[in-house]
Design a protein around this ligand. Structure first.
Ligand SMILES: NC(=O)c1ccc[n+]([C@@H]2O[C@H](COP(=O)([O-])OP(=O)(O)OC[C@H]3O[C@@H](n4cnc5c(N)ncnc54)[C@H](OP(=O)(O)O)[C@@H]3O)[C@@H](O)[C@H]2O)c1
Length: 298
């Protein structure tokens, strides 16, 4: 391919057709966007080609095919290895990297892309592969506001696509923070399933009731975020001492029924630490203070 032969024939190119990349390409196609695909093992593109995608024979051809280039590969070194030799095709394009990595990886990639005349967005797929293309699939992006604004409609076909800000590091920071949030909720769920299981309750029966309880839990977040921003912790949702006593009940009941106690112990420790640092009669969002300071129990 010569320097000037860019053959832009698609709206978006997807490089890397693993579990996630395949779902990304499918979502673009379903939304009606002309899509070019490339994968190291070419056969993985067959089903997408049958759905209307254009197969690129090389990485260079894939990059040159669209103004928006989405990469989804195992790690950043693989992304660099593939793109470095075709960097001359990048000027004027938007490069969106949905490969998982660290904030430092994202900043390095953004600098590299800027050095080659491309607008860069780092991104993270937060909802696994199953929901891709549905409105409840969260995708976070950070980096070039221009790239996000220009390609907002195409990126929105992936799901709930949110631009977090111009700092490319934000997407990987949110990625790990939201992963921790999901695991905090799931750890509580698994403990709860074990506990009600000792009373003969089936996991599915419990899940139905627990799902109905989650809107209350999530409703606390916005209010507590305001408290944290203001540095004041009213006890509207109960004090640290009251919650510490309730956590002690959960711990005792778990012990008495012979199940693991790690989850209530972890939360009990947070509450105890808040109480010993003067927040016993504060609201529960005050636990943020010991976490922010990186304090640990002795
Ligand atoms: N799967 C998920 O649920 C999920 C969720 C969130 C984020 N992610 C992130 O998405 C990224 C991709 O994950 P995935 O699940 O799609 O991975 P995957 O199914 O293992 O696919 C990996 C892809 O990378 C390609 N690849 C690997 N090494 C390569 C190399 N040296 N040169 C060129 N291509 C290479 C593979 O090509 P071949 O087909 O030729 O092997 C394949 O297309 C990862 O960073 C992952 O953390 C995945």
């Amino acid at each position: 391919m010569s320097e000037n032969e860019n053959h832009e024939r698609s709206t978006v190119s997807v490089l890397g057709l693993g579990q996630m990349g395949t779902r990304l390409a499918q979502a673009f196609l379903v939304a009606g966007h002309a899509t070019t695909v490339w994968n190291r093992s070419a056969a993985k593109a067959d089903a997408l080609v049958a759905q209307g995608a254009v197969r690129a024979a090389t990485v260079e051809e894939a990059v040159a095919a669209s103004p928006l280039v989405v990469v989804c590969l195992p790690d950043y070194p693989t992304v660099s290895d593939l793109l470095e030799p075709v960097a001359k095709r990048l000027p004027g394009r938007a490069l969106v990297n949905l490969t998982s990595g660290t904030p430092e990886d994202a900043v390095r990639s953004a600098d590299w892309a800027a050095g080659h005349g491309a607008d860069y967005l780092d991104g993270a797929a937060m909802s696994g592969t199953r929901l891709v293309g549905r409105p409840e699939a969260l995708f976070v992006f950070s980096g070039s506001p221009k790239a996000f604004a220009t390609h907002r409609v195409v990126l929105a076909s992936l799901g709930n696509s949110v631009h977090l800000g111009a700092d490319p590091a934000l997407a990987p920071v949110y990625d790990t923070a939201l992963f921790g949030l999901a695991w905090g909720a799931l750890a509580g769920f698994y403990h709860a399933v074990a506990l009600v299981g000792t009373a003969g309750v089936a996991p599915a029966a419990f899940a139905a009731v627990a799902t109905g309880h989650m809107p209350f839990v999530t409703s606390l977040m916005a209010g507590h975020a305001r408290q944290i921003e203001g540095g004041r912790f009213p006890d509207d949702d109960g004090t640290v001492e009251v919650h510490a006593a309730a956590m002690e009940h959960l711990l005792d009941t778990s012990r008495a029924r012979g199940i693991g106690t790690d989850v209530p112990e972890l939360i009990g420790n947070l509450l105890d630490r808040a109480a010993t640092t003067g927040h016993g009669s504060s609201g529960i969002a005050s636990v943020i203070e010991t976490i922010t300071k990186g304090e640990r129990n002795a």
